[in-house]
Design a protein around this ligand. Structure first.
Ligand SMILES: Cc1ncc(COP(=O)(O)O)c(C=O)c1O
Length: 424
């Protein structure tokens, strides 16, 4: 058995190691062997998570090469494994997890889900509001909407409260009523308030939450309440939700589900069966702990942020406990290039992202605590990670010593768990 996942401690502390690349030769085999032997890293990307050993096995199985069967008037794809049952099981578990009536699980990624959603419900000339990239929106959304011929406007964000500015949104909606409002929240500390958004845009526009970042927080943040004001949700399944790289579409409305049923066969034909299996495994593993998982992520993110602030760093959001999500934002001192902090962390074995921070109007660290949480971290661990990060970015810890301390920190974590803080 290989001794490292390349990104996390060895079993039993971390997930199963990838299969040793014995049967792969040549350049690729060499590269895979290097990756399997790489030192563990502390992952603070807000866009990634850990798969459990069981989910990894499902992902790496023969299922990854098989289509479910299907039949129509002029075709028949015979599938002795009856994999359509597995897709239906996964959709059922998704519906149960997010307390929603309709779930589609054959989307391949967040961007694929976004485009499938937009092209199902919008046509050229429609007025579509999306998040402003400077206010935390995804970099690709407005461009995609322009390319599809929509009339694009931005959902305004208040730079002080870091919330969507519902007064200005209401003004924009009254001036030019939107057909579709797509909340592509990529960089966010505050959770959207659906009732206020609905009041601002009126009853007619479809409201779609892109929960790619916060999918794993939906049960603790909203439960079934979400569906009172939100019509549709698209989301990747590998950020706060610790599933495979994939996406889902959700809706509580029968009429909208019917439209998705009609269009989705023309947006995707291979739902990637191995990923569907891995998603189903993850949903089942976390089902009973889904609320506790979300609460622990936020508790860890707050503890992490508070400790960074105590270390003297410029952390956004002190006025509201620093964060309501998995994300924590930290700005480097003016004049210091943001990438310098990213590089110092990288050299010490810490994965991090820097992006433009709506709070500061310039780039800074956007870190996420979801992966540490899935690896069993509690608030004390989050505080220890924050002290480590602070010493690395301020240059108090040299890279070699940083890598050693990062490894020691990781080795002290329980590894992938389904037990978190207060039970549901
Ligand atoms: C709001 C939002 N939508 C879509 C995406 C794209 O997701 P994926 O990388 O799974 O395509 C992201 C990625 O971060 C995102 O933040």
């Amino acid at each position: 058995m290989s001794t490292s996942t390349g990104v996390w401690p060895t079993p039993p502390r971390g997930p199963a190691a990838p299969s040793p690349p014995d049967e792969v030769s040549g350049q690729v085999g060499k590269r895979l062997a290097e990756l399997a032997a790489a030192a563990p890293t502390l992952n603070l990307f807000p866009t990634e998570n850990l798969l459990s050993p069981a989910a990894l096995r499902a992902l790496g199985s023969e299922l990854g090469a098989r289509y479910p069967g299907s039949e129509g008037e002029v075709f028949h794809y015979g599938d002795p494994y009856q994999l359509a049952d597995l897709y239906a099981l996964c959709a059922g578990l998704t519906g149960e997890y997010f307390e929603v009536r309709h779930a589609f699980v054959n989307l391949l990624s967040g961007l694929h889900a976004m485009q499938s959603m937009l092209t199902t419900f919008c046509k050229a000339g429609d007025r579509v509001l999306v998040m402003d990239p400077d206010g935390g929106g995804h970099y690709a959304t407005a461009r995609i909407c322009h390319d599809l011929g929509y009339r694009v406007g931005h959902v305004p964000v208040d730079r002080t409260s870091l919330r969507i500015d519902t007064d200005r949104l209401a003004e924009a909606a009254a001036a030019d009523p939107p057909n579709f409002v797509y909340l592509d929240l990529s960089t966010l500390l505050r959770l959207p308030r659906p009732a206020e958004l609905r009041a601002a845009i009126g009853p007619d526009a479809l409201l779609c939450l892109d929960a790619s970042h916060i999918l794993g927080l939906l049960p603790s943040a909203y439960g079934s309440e979400l569906w009172r004001d939100v019509d549709l949700c698209s989301a990747s399944t590998h950020k706060t939700f610790p599933g495979p790289q994939k996406a889902v579409l959700l809706t509580d409305r029968d009429d909208l589900a019917q439209r998705l049923d009609e269009t989705l066969p023309f947006r995707v034909s291979s739902g990637h069966t191995g990923s569907v299996a891995a998603l189903a495994v993850t949903l089942e593993e976390l089902m009973d702990a889904r609320g506790a998982y979300g609460r622990q992520i936020v508790a860890n993110a707050r503890a992490f942020a508070q400790s960074l602030a105590e270390e003297g760093l410029d952390v956004a959001g002190a006025g509201f406990g620093y964060t309501e999500t998995h994300q924590v934002w930290v700005a480097p001192p003016p004049g210091l290039p943001h990438a310098e902090w990213g590089r110092r962390l990288l050299d010490a074995g810490v994965r991090s992202t820097t992006v433009p921070l709506p709070s500061h109007g310039r780039p800074g660290l956007r870190l996420g605590l979801q992966e540490l949480t899935r690896a069993g971290a509690r608030e004390d661990d989050a505080r220890a990670a924050a002290r480590l990060v602070a010493r690395i970015v301020t240059g108090r810890l040299d890279p070699a010593r940083g890598r050693q301390e990062t490894g020691e920190f990781l080795a002290g974590l329980p590894g992938v768990t389904n037990r978190f803080g207060t039970p549901d």
